[in-house]
Structures are given as C-alpha cells and as structure tokens.
Unconditional design. Structure first.
Length: 253
C-alpha cells in the first residue's frame, strides 16, 4: 500500500483512531474518504479539512454498506484501499442474564461489519493494481480482558480472518494489512480517553503511519506498545500477561 498516492475509504473515521489515521493519510498524499453514521460529524470533518470527502455508512446495516459502495465508487472510481475501522467495545457480565444483546451487537459491528465491507468492495479492489484491504484487530485478540469477552473474541476472529483471506487475496493482487492497536486514548470505552496506561492517540497514529510508510508490503502493523500482548503466548508470558492486564486499568489494551 503506497500511502502517498492511494485513494482510501475509511468507514469508522468520524473520531478517534479512524479520524487520526485518515488525516495523516491525507497529509502523506492519499485521497481520503471518511465514513460514519452521523452526517453532522461528517459535514464538520469535510468543512474543517479541505480535500477530504465523506460518505455516510452504518457498517451494521448491509443496505447502508451497499449504498456507500455505490456512492464511493461513483465519486472515486480510483479507490484502491478500504480500511475497515468501525468497531465498538462494551463491557459484558456473563454471570448475569442480560449480556446477549451486547454480545450480538458486538459481533455484528466488529466481525460482520468488516466481512460485509469486504464483500461490497473486493470486486472493485481486485480490478485495481496495488490495492489493499485493511483490517483492525486489537492486542486483545491475543490476551483477553475479562470485562469484554465478546470484543476479545471478535478481534481474535478479525486476526484469523485477516490471515486467511490474505492467502486468497494476495495472489489475486489485493494486499491484506492488519492494524493491531493497544489501548489508545479514545472514547472507545468510558474513561479510556484519560487512561494513563493507554497510548496517546497522536503517538499511536504517527507510529502507524510511519510503519505503513516504511513497510508498504507489511502484513501486520504492530506499534511497540502492543507487542507484549501480540507475542505473549509465543514468548511464554501468556499467564503473566493475562494477570497483569486484568489486575490493572481495564482499558490497558
């Protein structure tokens, strides 16, 4: 993925990591289209950042994804990268009787969302030389946080999905890149914006873009702060890392 000349659609880019990366990709030379559910926020982003385009999309709604696909490709036929950024993270308590709605909502957004985006955009991406489909997993794909079991599971599924579709898509000319964030100071969970353990948003976004620039053929984008989670099992530190993670700030990854 050449971030100096890509045309990139980023669903889930009205705030947090998605917006931070979208702005940096634009600054590096990419044409960027941000996507999100709230039209007012999209209008604000377009007004504040000349050159960025915006398309409304709800990745939990198949019809919205299809409408966004049509709109994005009509306005940007040179599209050659999609970053499946949209996601939610909500606490669940499986010792009670009311966790199911949260779990189902998490699966629809975090797992079905990227799958549906892939189904919508891959037919086009396969026609573009040097195209890329970018997934976003989490350090929690590799070490579980007790309060978010379904979030952990969906991100583990995104990781393995990324590994599997890469085997199919790279020979077809589509690069699959997995971004693996640690906890970042965003509003993903209550209190996370102020967590001293979470990585500052600007530092995370800067490091990701530097890695994308330095390694345009990368499979995984791993900032230093996520490696203790990503490699906990293979390093023999899994049990200690699980204990450390769950004994400290609940937004530690």
């Amino acid at each position: 993925m050449d971030i100096t000349r890509s045309t990139v659609f980023v669903p889930g880019a009205t705030s947090g990591i998605g917006l931070a990366l979208a702005l940096r990709l634009q600054a590096r030379g990419s044409t960027v289209i941000v996507g999100g559910r709230r039209a007012a926020l999209l209008d604000e982003i377009v007004a504040a950042h000349p050159g960025i385009d915006a398309v409304r999309v709800d990745t939990a709604d198949p019809e919205s994804i299809e409408a966004a696909r049509r709109e994005v490709l009509e306005r940007h036929p040179a599209l050659d990268a999609v970053v499946a950024m949209a996601g939610i993270m909500e606490p669940e308590d499986w010792t009670t009787d009311d966790f199911l709605a949260t779990a189902e909502r998490t699966v629809v957004t975090n797992l079905l969302g990227p799958i549906r985006l892939a189904a919508a955009f891959l037919p086009h991406l396969r026609t573009r030389t040097g195209s890329a489909f970018v997934t976003v997993s989490s350090g929690l794909a590799h070490v579980p946080l007790a309060v978010t079991p379904t979030y952990n599971a969906t991100k583990a599924a995104v990781h393995r999905l990324s590994e599997g579709i890469r085997l199919q898509l790279e020979p077809a000319g589509v690069q699959v890149i997995e971004i693996v964030p640690p906890a970042v100071r965003t509003a993903l969970m209550p209190g996370q914006e102020d967590s001293p353990i979470a990585m500052p948003l600007d530092a995370f976004a800067d490091e990701v873009v530097e890695l994308l620039s330095a390694r345009p053929d990368a499979h995984e984008i791993l900032v230093e702060g996520v490696k203790f989670l990503r490699f906990a099992e293979t390093s023999g530190a899994y049990d200690a890392t699980v204990a450390r993670l769950n004994a400290t700030d609940p937004h530690a990854a």
